[in-house]
Design a binder for this molecule. Structure first.
Ligand code: ATP
Ligand code: MG
Length: 260
């Protein structure tokens, strides 16, 4: 296997869905037979393990960056088969030395088709180092002015650093042109290609509450379908819309309500 792609999932603005997209996209790629490693690079508010369903591992990314553990010691396998490296929540660990991050990601990429790096919000020296350590960037934005502007800033910085932009994922889209930016506006604002549009989906929060990533919680929910479509487009594969998806989704809901 040749070395995998190291993709930084980044936004500028916080809370737009980077971790949700990272986890669900990673699982969707794994379900397609790809080897995937998820890396939590959000050192100050790390929650990748929580989004995976409260998975924890004693060896965190900080230990590897500080050369107290090897990359393989930090990697654990989630029941889905996705591999992950989580980050410490200890407050004195918030700004680890990122000099070794590229080496860490390169090692992880040796046994992976994809290494997805969950980035922190903002644009500071640590984030710049993370950008430099990735091969390419996937931008996540909500269809709002503020989120779009922050995404554009990240893209500008990435261009200064000669980092390729894979494209932009619009998340929490409500398809309401009166109160949100449409695809063309986001495209113009960010000067980037729109990779996918993930709808606002209440099941995303429900899944988080139930400690199960959305694509496992309900693979037919609207956001899960769009994340699975995104996984296929990364692989250059056609995504076949699930047959009778809406009907099956409705039946599942009824069953769930009856069993409550
Ligand atoms: N498509 C969606 N529909 C509805 N809710 C969503 C969607 N995507 C994410 N969310 C919710 O939005 C919140 C923020 O998501 P998430 O933590 O993934 O964002 P983030 O960009 O990683 O945040 P941070 O910048 O703090 O790391 C969570 O409660 C998540 O469940
Ligand atoms: Mg996050």
């Amino acid at each position: 296997m040749s070395d995998g792609r190291v993709i930084g999932v980044i936004s500028g603005k916080g809370g737009v869905g980077k971790t949700s997209i990272t986890v669900n996209l990673g699982i969707a790629l794994k379900q397609m037979g790809k080897e995937v490693t998820l890396v939590d690079a959000d050192f100050s508010a790390s929650n990748l393990g929580v989004y995976l369903g409260r998975y924890d591992h004693p060896v965190k990314i900080q230990k590897v960056l500080h050369e107290e553990a090897s990359v393989n010691q930090a990697i654990f396998r989630h029941p889905t088969g996705v591999k992950a490296i989580t980050s410490s929540n200890e407050i004195n660990q918030v700004e680890p030395n990122t000099a070794k991050l590229r080496e860490l990601l390169e090692t992880a990429a040796k046994d992976s088709d994809y290494v997805l790096v969950d980035c922190p919000p903002g644009l500071n020296a640590t984030v710049e180092n993370i950008i430099e350590s990735c091969d390419e960037l996937m931008i996540v934005t909500m269809p709002t002015q503020t989120s779009g502007l922050n995404a554009a800033q990240v893209i500008e910085k990435a261009k200064q650093l000669h980092k390729p932009i894979l494209g932009t994922v619009m998340n929490m889209v409500e398809n309401n042109p009166e109160k949100e930016l449409v695809e063309r506006e986001v495209e113009m604002m960010t000067e980037s290609h729109i990779l996918g549009k993930v709808p606002y989906d209440p099941e995303m929060k429900e899944a988080l509450f139930e400690n199960t990533p959305l694509v496992l919680h309900n693979d037919l929910s609207p956001a899960a379908i769009e994340v699975r479509r995104l996984a296929h487009s990364l692989e250059g594969e056609q995504f076949n819309e699930p047959k009778l998806g809406k009907l099956k989704r409705g039946l599942r809901k009824i069953k769930k309500n009856i069993s409550r």
